[in-house]
Design a protein. Structure first.
Length: 263
């Protein structure tokens, strides 16, 4: 199992409809995108802890899945602190780098915003099966089935790219052309991988058309996408987190709406 494959979990939210998870993530992210302040981000992050705990991931899998987020968020904050717009007292300046009160405040806000937006999305979607997501998007979100099924078919083939890359390496080593010129060899292998992907994609498209996936008639589904009180409760939780984060930020006077030109 790779880090990209879905995790089998037993948490209360593990079997919730993927569309509800997507909706909850969008509801949580909406106010964090509109405002640049650390209060709303920290408030949302604290309120998200129960949702992430109920996602059903073990501690080891949670840290493995969210490791890129924990790395990217501080790096983003450091970059903004060094190169963000200077305002207030300047603490450090050298060439294009300047650290000021304004850049530090913006860096802290950006760091917590990334954590608050990305962590619940990664935790909730770690247990999502691509087929369940496709069923939900078509049956519940009413997206075009041709687009959804085509995307699902392409996503199912992503894992084969790794196997193709390994087979190309083995084949080139067997011919004795993989020992020198690694950088030049990388370009050749990448081109060969693209050719293999195009061929496999064409074959997949032809086979799907032959099986009627391109028909414009109403589709039937082998599995229904369930929707009940758990899905509505998750959406309500996402809306409550957003409303609470906004209310706390407004009450403390830290709400900084980007569209208002205050950021």
């Amino acid at each position: 199992m790779t880090l990209l494959s879905p995790v089998v979990a037993r948490g209360p939210l593990a079997r919730v409809n993927p569309v509800a998870k997507l909706g909850a993530g969008l509801l949580i992210a909406a106010p964090l995108i509109l405002s640049v302040d650390w209060v709303s981000a920290v408030t949302a992050l604290i309120l998200e802890i129960p949702l992430m705990a109920m996602a059903g991931l073990s501690w080891r899998m949670f840290w493995l899945r969210t490791a890129p987020v924990w790395i990217a968020a501080p790096l983003t904050g450091v970059t903004i602190a060094l190169y963000g717009e200077a305002s207030g007292q300047v603490h450090f300046q050298w060439l294009f780098m300047h650290v000021s009160d304004g850049s530090l405040s913006l860096a802290v806000a950006a760091t917590f915003r990334i954590l608050a937006i990305a962590l619940p999305g990664v935790a909730l979607f770690a247990t999502v099966d691509p087929t369940d997501l496709a069923d939900g998007l078509s049956q519940r979100a009413k997206l075009p089935s041709r687009f959804v099924l085509g995307a699902l078919g392409g996503l199912r083939l992503v894992g084969l790219l790794i196997d193709d890359w390994r087979e190309l390496e083995v084949a080139r080593r067997a011919r004795g052309v993989a020992d020198t010129g690694r950088i030049r060899r990388l370009g050749g292998m990448a081109f060969a991988l693209i050719v293999l992907a195009i061929r496999r994609g064409s074959t997949l498209a032809t086979s799907m058309e032959a099986r009627g996936f391109g028909a414009r008639t109403a589709r039937t589904w082998a599995r229904t996408s369930p929707w009940g009180w758990r899905e509505w409760l998750l959406l309500a939780a996402g809306a409550a987190i957003s409303a609470t984060a906004v209310a706390v930020a407004v009450a403390t006077g830290s709400w900084n709406l980007i569209l208002g030109g205050q950021a």
